[in-house]
Ligand binder design. Structure first.
Ligand code: NAP
Length: 219
């Protein structure tokens, strides 16, 4: 598999642990591998993750969620919101102090009561409560998984709205987002994470400029 020409030569190779290797985790993880990062995929189905890693070749590996959380300098959590409390409990000691990218969206129909609570609180603040101590950045929340692995075909054309409270975590996540072709746009702190969901004004594929204009109208 060729390495994407996205990461500048000599740019930092990062170890990324992915918890939830479904449509989103699989797609984003695959392009991070192509971009030259080291990615460990995990879920509750190690056979699925081993097969995924084998397809992606060097740079990809499989492990348990705890192994992925320990492996990653950065961890991306991409599970149904209904699993997020368990994931927070299972991985709490490992993700404390780590940069964690949260793609998870609460849908009451799929996830039950926790999604209703998360929507009332706002998804960014709710995820922070479920993943205490993680240096959380919300990203990849409102673009369809089928398109997620294609931004590198026209680097910088599609903006990626993100939200977080930790400047260093935002910088790290922004670099990884740029590495796979998106232009990250910080729309605010985790309190603004409630806008990073399907069905909001920021959902869908937009340029960075469009995202900035829309974000300026939100509070
Ligand atoms: N699909 C989209 O277009 C899209 C776009 C943006 C954001 N999102 C959000 O991103 C998250 C992931 O979406 P998705 O479409 O990728 O879902 P998905 O295809 O159903 O994948 C979910 C992954 O999480 C794993 N998982 C579930 N519970 C787990 C647990 N307790 N511990 C470890 N792994 C667990 C699943 O594997 P096992 O069940 O085998 O463990 C699977 O690998 C969701 O919150 C979704 O709302 C989705």
């Amino acid at each position: 598999m060729g390495v994407l020409p996205l990461r500048a030569a000599g740019a930092e190779k990062t170890k990324i642990g992915i918890v939830g290797s479904g449509r989103v985790g699989g797609a984003i993880g695959a392009v991070w591998v192509k971009a030259g990062h080291e990615v460990m995929f995990s879920s509750r189905n190690i056979e699925h993750d081993k097969a995924l890693a084998a397809r992606l070749g060097a740079g990809a590996r499989a492990g348990t969620p705890r192994e992925a959380a320990a492996f990653g300098e950065v961890v991306m959590i991409s599970v149904p919101y209904g699993s997020l409390r368990d994931v927070g409990k299972d991985l709490g000691d490992l993700i404390k102090g780590k940069v964690v990218i949260d793609t998870c969206n609460p849908f009451p129909g799929r996830d039950g009561e926790i999604a209703t609570w998360a929507r009332e609180k706002g998804a960014g603040l709710a995820s922070a409560e479920l993943l205490p101590g993680a240096r959380l950045v919300r990203a990849f929340n409102a673009i369809g998984a089928a398109r997620m692995g294609s931004a590198h075909e026209a680097p910088g054309r599609v903006g990626m709205p993100i939200a977080g409270d930790d400047a260093q975590a935002i910088a790290v996540a922004s670099r990884l987002i740029r590495d796979i072709g998106y232009e990250p746009v910080l729309i605010g702190g985790l309190v603004m994470g409630k806008y990073l969901m399907p069905g909001t004004a920021l959902a869908g594929e937009r340029t960075a400029e469009e995202i900035r204009k829309i974000a300026a109208t939100l509070n």
